[in-house]
Design a binder for this molecule. Sequence first.
Ligand SMILES: Nc1ncnc2c1ncn2[C@@H]1O[C@H](COP(=O)(O)OP(=O)(O)OP(=O)(O)O)[C@@H](O)[C@H]1O
Length: 248
Amino acid sequence: MSEQTGPDPIIQAENVVKTYASGTEILEILKGISFTVSRGSSAAVTGQSGSGKSTLLNILGGLDTCDSGSVRISSPKAARGSSKETAIELFGLSETALTSYRSRQVGFIFQFHYLLKDFTALENVMLPAYIAGIPKKAALEKARVLLDDVGLDSRSHHYPSQLSGGERQRVAVARSIINDPDLVLADEPTGNLDPGNSGLVAELLYSLTEKWGKTLVVVTHDEAVASRAEIRYVLEAGRFRSQPEDSL
Ligand SMILES: Nc1ncnc2c1ncn2[C@@H]1O[C@H](COP(=O)(O)OP(=O)(O)OP(=O)(O)O)[C@@H](O)[C@H]1O
């Protein structure tokens, strides 16, 4: 177990346990993980294939649930409008509340971009906002600004098949923040890219914290991506190594 405590934690995870059943066997993937991530910081999770990195990220994103433990996600102080802390506990949250959490409070970037092939880059970026109830015109305008920010304004009417791998992933980055989440979770975001495009996407990822004030948790095998994080966690045999590597 390893723990980092910051002044304004956005993630506070305690004793997170996750098992999977495989036939008659119970696989204990996460064996009681505790950690804190400060608002506006970046954290990288590395570890061997199968060590449970995606499982952990999915739990943080409300895409999967843990067997026991606690995962608290707190709201920003400014939004709270008072000094009283408000945090949601993901463990045990209803499916409806989890859906709302996934849609509004967290942005996802995956190894495979999951852009919808029949929609343009602009439409792909705007869709989560539209689905969340923002009127189409306003959602399109927001998407246009974000595509500009990721350097793809000239590609906004291109379909995914007309974009390069790196461009598709930049669209996915823009899409991840269209609903202005505090937290962005990225799972192997450069896993499908050549080194040049990986560098561009890594630059963009870390600008999420530096320019937009987001909190970034990235799972990666890419040392160039992991080395830029403020905190590094290494998953090993269901636990974090005793101390994060290269913590600032
Ligand atoms: N739904 C499931 N049912 C059973 N076992 C699962 C399930 N999902 C994941 N696992 C197992 O849990 C372990 C952790 O998987 P996970 O995808 O979190 O690893 P990872 O560290 O992200 O791996 P990689 O680096 O290869 O993506 C693996 O052994 C995997 O086979």
